[in-house]
Write a protein that binds this ligand. Structure first.
Ligand SMILES: Nc1ncnc2c1ncn2[C@@H]1O[C@H](COP(=O)(O)OP(=O)(O)OP(=O)(O)O)[C@@H](O)[C@H]1O
Ligand SMILES: [Mg+2]
Length: 483
């Protein structure tokens, strides 16, 4: 609790009327003086004054105002920021070329500019020439979260597609339903000046009758449904695919992930199909595996210390127990004056519990986890994109790829861990990458119980980064946070 220099709101009832007044930057000693003064002038039954209630209220107020300050101070955007970053060679958004210099087709240039993009990012500038070269070349590419990988591979697919023929020629797999929908929308938007190019969604819930054939040239799907479309329902012919994209490729080929399904699709492709693998993270073993399954690839790889983005500031609250974590979260919630937040839990059960708890306490939050139906999932994410709920409580299902530019805060209510209870470094990076898209400023708050502190330190060590402890009791420390 903050007991020095705080904003103090006095509430008292006198002759049946409620009076309030606020003293700003009050030292604690002044509290006792003002209390004595009140009790002197408003004696007996006339003065109702609950010191206990009054204290709790003060502490919350003070904590909230500190967070508020931090959040406001850190997130105010400069409209020139992206432009400045794109001219800074150390930024992942840096580019020397313009989109014109990347020799895109006229209709694609129009699509890019209609999306409001002015210059390519580093990954777009570097990867695009490789991807559209003749003869086609394979690529394994890594670039930090929120740096525009989607546009890079979508432009590659749209550059290669032949609108005149009506069967799938480009296939892109993504790990989740939400991400496949999102990527499909980017294809539709970017390709809106490409006459007759259409997109189909191989995702759960998109029912295509047996015996039908897919005429759309670009298919975006999740591995399971795509496998059904290709092998069980025979809706499309993998031998006719000329560009195969694996987004979030590390998880798609990792045995813990979707490996069996993705690899089965990949093996059925023709020899000359171009393969493009993208992710922000590739653990060493996964990278080696990727190089084994992709023939003769071009490679764009980051060093580990380049992975974290300095536009995303990371903090942690040290909490004694779950209820302290919950209280810290409510304080963050109360302080969101800019943008939206995503709160990550480790299990569906946690996410459900947390959202019920918050709703019961009068907060308006949305919850998305794998146990919802696809209709519910689509509706929840859409409402969140539209800003109808400011907070989304979720599991790792939203950890990767989801791009909601208004998200400025990510909270790890539980740190991501693997089955051995070791920190899941990749998921941590993807989760915090939901904030701070394309150079925007973001904040990541980790709620840490003392026994989990070592996990946090291992994350710091792994990425050679600093996660700063936040202590709402120490105003001076918070005041010093510069951005
Ligand atoms: N050249 C550009 N200029 C301006 N904005 C861009 C540009 N390229 C992409 N963006 C925007 O940047 C945001 C992030 O892009 P995207 O989702 O492709 O990132 P990503 O690299 O795939 O990240 P993640 O690893 O989290 O999946 C999107 O909102 C996109 O519209
Ligand atoms: Mg992405």
């Amino acid at each position: 609790m903050l007991l020095h220099l705080m904003h103090v709101e006095f509430i008292f009832i006198f002759k049946g009327l409620v009076f309030t007044f606020t003293l700003y930057n009050t030292p604690f000693v002044a509290l006792t003086e003002v209390t004595a003064w009140l009790l002197h002038y408003l004696p007996g039954e006339e003065a109702v004054f609950s010191f206990l209630l009054f204290h709790v209220y003060l502490a919350d107020l003070a904590e909230n105002s500190l967070l508020n300050k931090l959040i406001r101070k850190s997130l105010v955007e400069s409209s020139h920021r992206v432009e400045v970053l794109q001219r800074d060679p150390s930024s992942p958004l840096f580019s020397v070329k313009t989109f014109e210099e990347l020799h895109l087709k006229e209709e694609l240039l129009r699509g890019v500019y209609a999306m409001g993009f002015n210059r390519p990012s580093k990954i777009q500038e570097t990867a695009l020439p490789m991807m559209v070269a003749h003869p086609p070349q394979n690529l394994i590419a890594q670039s930090q979260s929120g740096t525009g990988k989607t546009a890079a591979f979508v432009l590659a697919m749209l550059s290669r597609v032949n609108a005149a023929v009506k069967y799938p020629q480009c296939l892109c797999l993504a790990p989740t339903f939400e991400l496949a929908l999102q990527t499909g929308r980017v294809v539709e938007q970017m390709g809106k000046f490409c006459a007759d190019v259409k997109v189909s969604y191989a995702v759960r819930g998109n029912k295509v009758p047996r015996g039908a054939v897919i005429k759309e040239q670009i298919v975006i799907g999740t591995p399971g449904t795509t496998l059904d479309w290709c092998f069980k329902l025979r809706l499309m012919d993998l031998k006719k695919i000329s560009v195969f994209v694996l987004d979030e490729a590390d998880v798609m080929i990792n045995t813990q992930g979707f490996s069996d399904q993705s690899i089965r699709v990949q093996r059925a492709l023709s020899q000359d199909c171009q393969m493009l693998l993208f992710s922000a993270t590739f653990e060493d073993a996964v990278w080696q595996f990727a190089e084994r399954i992709v023939p003769d690839p071009n490679v764009i790889k980051l060093r580990r210390e380049e992975l974290t983005l300095n536009n995303i500031r990371q903090y942690y609250f040290l909490c004694e127990n779950n209820s302290e974590k919950y209280k810290a979260l409510c304080n963050v919630y109360g302080s969101i004056t800019v943008g939206q937040a995503i709160v990550f839990c480790q299990t569906r059960r946690n996410a459900k519990w947390l959202s019920l708890q918050m709703i019961r306490d009068g907060h308006q939050v949305a919850m998305l986890s794998g146990e919802l139906t696809v209709e519910q999932r689509a509706a929840v994410i859409q409402r969140f994109r539209d800003g109808k709920e400011k907070v989304l409580i979720t599991t790792n299902v939203c950890a990767r790829g989801i791009d909601v530019i208004q998200v400025t805060i990510v909270v790890n209510f539980n740190l991501p861990t693997n089955q051995l209870q070791h920190p899941d470094f990749e998921t941590y990076l993807h989760r915090i990458g939901r904030a701070g898209r394309f150079g925007k400023k973001g904040l990541a708050f980790n709620m840490i119980e003392r026994y989990n502190l070592s996990l946090l330190h291992r994350i710091e060590e792994h990425f050679q980064t600093k996660i700063k402890k936040l202590d709402p009791d120490d105003m001076d420390e918070l005041e010093k946070i510069e951005y």
